[in-house]
Design a protein around this ligand. Structure first.
Ligand code: ATP
Ligand code: MG
Ligand code: FE
Length: 352
């Protein structure tokens, strides 16, 4: 099926067009520049930016795909999780588009969309089930057990406080580096020693593992960095930014990879899929590949343009649902900022 996907859960207005498992176009307009001076995504600003970017983005995505609105078999949209106002703009636009064109509408889960991104990776074998998936971005840090993309995704664990990308952003600010912090920390860490400072690995003690084996926590790490910076200032010594950045990044990467591979081992699943904007981190990719190889686990990493928020992954998930024989969503659904990952599709119509 030819599907147009609309993604507006955070700061990216993502419009993608797919034909089945083939990617035709994937346009992304980000309002990140507008949020930079606030040091984080401002929900109202994001929602307004989506409103302005949607129409031109849809036109650009269709043009690039070489198809027209009438050619579409379905429209797909992210229903949640994400920023309520931002989601609402996308949901409203998708409903309007579907109704005016008389096309079926599929409301889908953003997190499962991140997994569906893998399907569009042209030069690889199809995703095998079951697989463990680690999704790390500015808004989420989730470990999933995927038995089937369209029917069975289980949440193994998630962050108890900050998301991994958020931790990068907050620590960058502590080090007086600009927002978004991920790339800045990466750059600062280039000349740093990752073993210079032993920062805490959240929820990794034996006592924590009993209850939070697959959960993450980055707020203690952030506080530890803050203490370090304060102590340097109190002692009147310059903050060793490169060493702090490298050691912080190592702590994040270490715990992400350790918990993901623990899930693979515990559940006997020798496959790990990575997704989310934090995958841009070279060190994370390298450590994941290295330790997974040692553990006999295959790692899949979609290209970065499909790892960050985008509309193509939303369209791809809907295309899978259609191929699996699922009914479209009724128009009764809305934006759900806390949609659980188990709800792969929202508001599926009851088969007549
Ligand atoms: P969502 O959580 O809904 O997926 P988001 O917009 O917050 O949305 P992404 O756009 O996928 O997430 O990723 C942005 C995050 O990734 C930011 O927190 C940014 O700091 C982080 N990031 C980007 N590049 C890197 C990097 N090289 N290393 C670490 N983190 C990075
Ligand atoms: Mg983003
Ligand atoms: Fe996302």
């Amino acid at each position: 099926p030819l599907v147009l996907g609309i993604e507006t859960s955070c700061d990216e207005t993502g419009i993608g067009v797919v034909r089945g498992r083939t990617l035709l176009s994937n346009t992304i307009a980000s309002s990140m520049d507008e949020h930079a001076r606030y040091g984080g995504v401002v929900p109202e600003v994001a929602a307004r930016a989506h409103l302005e970017a949607l129409q031109p983005s849809i036109e650009a995505a269709l043009a690039e795909a070489g198809v027209g609105l009438d050619d579409l078999d379905a429209v797909a949209v992210t229903s949640g999780p994400g920023l309520a106002g931002a989601l609402m703009v996308g949901v409203g636009a998708a409903k309007g588009l579907a109704v005016s064109l008389g096309k079926p509408l599929y409301a889908v889960n953003h997190l499962v969309g991140h997994i569906a991104a893998d399907i569009l990776t042209a030069d690889s074998e199809p995703l095998e089930y079951p697989t463990i998936a680690l999704l790390v971005s500015g808004g989420h840090t989730s470990l999933l057990h995927v038995r089937d993309l369209t029917t069975d995704v289980e949440l193994l664990g998630e962050t108890m406080d900050d998301a991994a990308g958020e931790a990068f952003d907050k620590v960058a600010r502590l080090l007086s580096l600009p927002y978004p912090g991920g790339p800045e920390i990466d750059r600062a860490a280039l000349d740093g020693d990752p073993d210079a400072i032993r920062f805490p690995r959240g929820l990794s003690r034996a006592s924590d593992l009993a209850k939070h084996r697959y959960d993450f926590s980055f707020s203690g790490l952030k506080t530890a960095v803050a203490r370090w910076v304060e102590r340097c200032e109190a002692d009147g010594v310059e903050v060793p930014v490169a060493d702090v950045a490298a050691s912080f990044r190592e702590a994040v990467v270490d715990v992400l990879v350790a918990k993901a591979l623990a899930a693979c081992a515990d559940l006997g699943v020798p496959r790990l899929l990575l997704g989310g904007g934090v995958i841009a981190n070279r060190r994370l990719r390298d450590v994941a590949l290295e330790r997974a190889a040692a553990a006999g686990v295959t790692v899949r990493i979609p290209p970065l343009s499909l790892c960050t928020d985008n509309g193509a992954m939303i369209a791809a998930l809907a295309a899978e649902l259609i191929s699996a024989g699922r009914q479209p969503s009724t128009l009764a659904f809305g934006a759900d900022s806390t949609l659980p990952v188990t709800e792969i599709q929202v508001g599926e119509a009851v088969r007549a």
